[in-house]
Design a protein around this ligand. Structure first.
Ligand code: DAH
Length: 376
């Protein structure tokens, strides 16, 4: 009597098929693998039993067993593939991250104060943004200009006499042009001045004010022109509580056919209110600048001034000197206009009662956050 149940073996693939089809996880598969291919499986037990069969029966049993094993292997491979796809789908479904969910801020996670983690807009940049918004809102252009500037633009075109004290070394950072042969020579920074606009043999300086952009803007844009230019300026001052060698100004220039000092006053009044609040007002005191005639100091009445409301000096202004217009190719008989320059650090110091310039220069994020400029 044969130890092999041919019926069972022939039915095995059918049974395996329905078992395999119900497998969902790799765990299910592992169990079925043991059931169909393990030591006690019908396939393995039957293989072992073949040894005890008669020579005549062996080939037949081998054939039936081989066919069943091949069919079950194939079914198992298919089931393995199906389970893999199923498990991946499950993984995608359970590990799905909704990228639109609002993030939990670090400070909440770690229970630390915002200043330890958050960045901040530098207060100077905050004010520059406000200035740009104001001038855009009144229809002006926002301009830019090089910080490494030709003396021609920083001084000459602005009607500074050759012996004007501001040209002296103690105020102005002069830049030496490199011959390129001495490795210790300072190379001129990449921010190149426009060589079409200047004599290449001119001396270069770090601009001492934003006023040279008046000449550049007139050359580039022509007239009429309404332009505001906030930017960095440089002077040979030591850093202390009230001075810094690198600071910021905002230049304003308006050139048109009928502009008067009343227009200048009107713009400054609005500008001051935008910076210092509705109750601020402006006054002009006679002064002198080479590039304006008449010239004035600009004061602001600031109600929230530390120690009580009062007048404070904010900048300079005036009607553009005819020589400047002529130097920039504008006919002063047809066009005229006004200009002004205010200090941006000064604006910040007055507005927020800041008493140490180091706080502005150092860029400590805690300082910026105190002015409400933290980034969350
Ligand atoms: N450039 C001057 C300074 O740095 C400020 C200034 C005064 C600018 C009068 C002007 C102006 O445009 O009209 O001190």
């Amino acid at each position: 009597m044969s130890n092999i149940d041919y019926n069972e073996i022939e039915n095995l693939p059918k049974l395996a098929k329905s078992d395999f089809e119900s497998a969902v996880t790799a765990d299910d598969l592992a169990k079925l693998k043991t059931k169909y291919f393990g030591d006690n499986s019908v396939l393995v037990m039957s293989s072992k039993a073949i040894g005890g069969l008669s020579v005549e029966e062996k080939p037949k049993a081998g054939k039936v067993l081989g066919a069943a094993r091949a069919a079950i292997n194939e079914l198992f491979d298919a089931a393995t593939e199906a389970v893999k796809i199923n498990e991946e789908a499950l993984q995608y479904a359970t590990e799905f991250e909704d990228m639109t969910t609002p993030v939990e801020f670090l400070k909440q996670k770690y229970n630390v104060t915002p200043i330890d983690f958050d960045g901040a807009v530098h207060p100077i940049n905050g004010i520059i943004n406000e200035i740009q918004t104001f001038f855009r809102n009144v229809g002006w252009t926002i301009g830019d200009g090089p910080e490494v500037e030709a003396t021609e633009f920083n001084f000459d075109k602005l009607n500074f006499g050759k012996d004007h004290p501001a040209r002296q070394m103690q105020d102005t950072f002069y830049i030496e042009k490199s011959s390129g042969t001495n490795p210790t020579d300072q190379k001129i920074p990449d921010q190149k001045i426009d060589e079409n606009q200047t004599d290449v043999n001119e001396k270069l300086v770090m601009r001492t004010h934003t006023s040279p952009v008046q000449a550049r803007a007139l050359k580039t844009h022509g007239v009429p022109l309404y332009i505001a230019v906030p930017g960095k300026v440089y002077r040979t001052d030591e850093l202390d509580a009230t001075h810094t060698p690198v600071f910021h100004q905002c230049e304003g220039l308006a050139i048109d056919k009928d502009l008067t000092m009343a227009d200048l006053k009107g713009v400054l009044e609005l500008f001051a209110k935008a910076m210092f609040g509705e109750d601020a007002k402006t006054r002009l005191r006679p002064s002198y600048f080479p590039f304006t005639e008449p010239s004035a100091e600009l004061d602001v009445w600031y109600p929230n001034k530390k120690g009580g409301a009062g007048w404070i000096e904010w900048g300079g202004c005036g009607m553009v000197n005819e020589n400047v217009l002529t130097n920039c190719g504008v006919d002063p008989k047809e066009y005229r206009g006004f200009a002004f320059g205010v200090g941006i650090e000064r604006t910040l110091i007055l507005r927020h009662n800041i008493n140490d310039m180091h706080d502005i220069v150092e860029g400590d994020v805690r300082f910026s956050n105190q002015l409400g400029l933290g980034v969350l």
